[in-house]
Unconditional design. Structure first.
Length: 65
């Protein structure tokens, strides 16, 4: 399989994963602003790293619902 096809598939899987997490968050927490949803998805995806979690949580504090 050519490299460009592998890269395209990886991008599709990333997009699919992000969308799945987004739907899961909306089902759990209900409607929210696009910015809050984007940060909630990022927290779910990258929150295992303490420094990244801290940055995302600070940004969440500044976002309106």
């Amino acid at each position: 399989m050519p490299v460009h096809v592998k890269v395209a598939r990886a991008g599709q899987m990333y997009h699919w994963s992000r969308d799945w997490i987004m739907r899961q968050i909306l089902a759990e927490k209900g409607a929210m602003s696009d910015e809050r949803l984007r940060l909630e998805v990022a927290l779910r995806m990258y929150g295992h790293e303490e420094s990244v979690r801290s940055l995302i949580e600070k940004a969440l504090c500044r976002v309106s619902d």
